[in-house]
Design a protein around this ligand. Structure first.
Ligand SMILES: Cc1cc2nc3c(=O)[nH]c(=O)nc-3n(C[C@H](O)[C@H](O)[C@H](O)COP(=O)(O)O)c2cc1C
Length: 186
C-alpha cells in the first residue's frame, strides 16, 4: 500500500508543494492523491502562475468540497498525509476538529486513525491562537513541520532551497530520495 495524500492550502510557499509533488512524479510506484483548497488555487496562481494539474499530472485529484471522496473515510488506507503549505485556517480547523472541507476532514481522519500527518505551517508572526492550535494538533499526533528551510547547505537558488526542504519531508515519510545534501555525509 504505497498511497500518499498531499493537500495544498492557501498559505504562501507554493514552491514547497511544487517540489514535493515533482518528487512524486518521479515515483510511479507511489499512488499520490492530491487536493487543493480554493485559496490554495488562488495563491498557486499568484505565486507560480500554475494550475493544480500542472503540479502533479499523474496524481489522482479530489475536489475540496467532495465529501464522498475516499479521503473522507478512515477505511481509505494511505500511509501518510502532508498539508503543504498549511494555512492557519486549515491548521485551526484540523486542530479543533471542525471539518468544513475535504482537507480538514482528511486531516481529522489521519489523526483519528493515528496515521502520520505532516502540517507544513506557514505564517508570520504567529498569534497565541496559531501557537495553541499547533500545540493542539501536535498533541493529537500531527507533526508540525514549519516552512523554515535551512540555509547552512548554501542553496544556490529558491528551487534548490525548496528541494532541500521537500527532502526533509520525504525523510520523515521514510521515502528514499536525493534532494537533500546531508550534513556530515557529503
Ligand atoms: C497571496 C496570499 C498569501 C497568503 N499567505 C498566507 C500564509 O502564509 N499563511 C496563512 O495562514 N494564510 C495566508 N493567506 C490567507 C489564506 O489564503 C486564507 O486564510 C484562506 O482562508 C485559507 O484557506 P484554506 O486554509 O482553505 O486554504 C494568504 C492569502 C493570499 C492571497
Amino acid at each position: 500500500m504505497n498511497r500518499y495524500v498531499v493537500a495544498i492550502t492557501g498559505a504562501s510557499g507554493m514552491i514547497y508543494a511544487r517540489e514535493l509533488l515533482a518528487y512524486f512524479a518521479t515515483r510511479p510506484d507511489l499512488e499520490l492523491h492530491a487536493v487543493i483548497s480554493r485559496a490554495g488555487e488562488q495563491v498557486l496562481h499568484l505565486e507560480l502562475g500554475l494550475a493544480p494539474t500542472d503540479l502533479a499530472p499523474g496524481a489522482i485529484w479530489h475536489r475540496v468540497d467532495d465529501f464522498t471522496s475516499g479521503l473522507a473515510s478512515g477505511s481509505f488506507r494511505a500511509r501518510a498525509m502532508v498539508v503543504i503549505p498549511c494555512s492557519m485556517g486549515t491548521l485551526g480547523a484540523i486542530a479543533q476538529g471542525v471539518g468544513r472541507n475535504l482537507i480538514h476532514r482528511a486531516g481529522e481522519v489521519f489523526l483519528k486513525e493515528r496515521r502520520p500527518l505532516i502540517l507544513v505551517v506557514r505564517e508570520t508572526p504567529l498569534s497565541l491562537i496559531h501557537l495553541r492550535n499547533q500545540v493542539k494538533a501536535a498533541e493529537a499526533g500531527a507533526t508540525i513541520f514549519p516552512a523554515c528551510p535551512g540555509f547552512y547547505h548554501q542553496p544556490r537558488n529558491l528551487t534548490d532551497l525548496a528541494r532541500q526542504f521537500a527532502g526533509r519531508i520525504l525523510d520523515h515519510l521514510g521515502l528514499e530520495h536525493h534532494l537533500t545534501r546531508r550534513w556530515g555525509e557529503e
